[in-house]
Design a protein around this ligand. Structure first.
Ligand SMILES: [Zn+2]
Length: 258
């Protein structure tokens, strides 16, 4: 009986063991695939990060229910179109990774957009806006680097000067002294704009997107959405492409000269 029992049960036991082993084998293979996939994906990310050393942060002004200024076109149309074109240029270059403060069509507050970009610790931040004026004759390009007193002021000013230079070469009229100004919010939330030779350190905050940044940060007013000729030059699809190319050249020049 003992022997019979042994014969009877032993093969059964073996079969069970085999089945368990097969099951365990499948699990191990599955795990191996997951590990290989993770290594592959991690390797890809590492390769992507190493082969593209620069991180560029782009902010399309406004968005969602806030369309910005309204003129011949709405401001947000210009900001999203230019960001998309600039992102394409940067990614095609091969040296840049791009982080956006928000997706096209998405509505996010300035604080949320600022916080998101800061988390990525980019090499450069460019925030794109369109200008507006009750006087439809007003036109031209101006940009706002982090102002005097900010840690990143010098770097931001150098980048702003290149942006203005490239936009002038693309045919834009530079407003004010050289297209570069500093912007502050004074008491009561009123805006105060000064020329780039005013190096006074004012006790006022600047534009929300430029705050708490350690890297060059500039806000551009690409053109006046309230001026027909300006929109034709820098607010249409071709115009936004022209501006995006000017910004792309300025970014390349700034980082190459660093
Ligand atoms: Zn704006």
């Amino acid at each position: 009986m003992k022997g019979k029992n042994w014969r009877e049960y032993e093969p059964y036991g073996r079969r069970r063991k085999k089945r368990r082993r097969r099951k365990g084998g499948m699990m191990r293979r599955g795990l191996l695939l997951v590990v290989l996939f993770a290594l592959g994906y991690g390797g890809f990310l590492l390769y992507y990060a190493i082969s593209r050393p620069y991180m560029i942060a782009l902010d399309a002004g406004h968005g969602g229910s806030d369309g910005g200024a309204v003129g011949v076109i709405q401001e947000v149309t210009l900001t999203e179109s230019t960001v998309e074109k600039l992102q394409n240029l940067l990614e095609a270059d091969g040296r840049f990774r791009v982080v956006l403060s928000r997706k096209a069509g998405e509505g996010k507050s300035i604080d949320e957009r600022n916080a998101k970009l800061r988390r990525w610790r980019p090499d450069i931040l460019l925030s794109i806006h369109g200008n507006a004026n009750e006087d439809s004759g007003a036109y031209g390009f101006e940009c706002y680097p982090s102002p005097p007193g900010y840690d990143n002021h010098q770097k931001s000013l150098a980048f702003a000067l290149l942006l203005a230079e490239e936009m002038e070469q693309a045919g834009a009229k530079l407003r004010g002294r050289n297209g570069v100004r500093f912007g502050y919010y004074v008491e009561g939330g009123k805006k105060m704009l000064v020329e780039s030779d005013d190096t006074t350190v004012y006790p006022y905050g600047t534009f929300g997107m430029l705050r708490n940044m350690n890297w060059p940060a500039v806000l551009v007013e690409q053109c006046f959405v309230t001026n027909t000729a300006d929109v034709e030059n820098f607010g249409t699809e071709e115009g936004c492409q022209k501006a995006a190319e000017a910004y792309y050249h300025a970014i390349c020049r700034y980082l190459e000269g660093e």
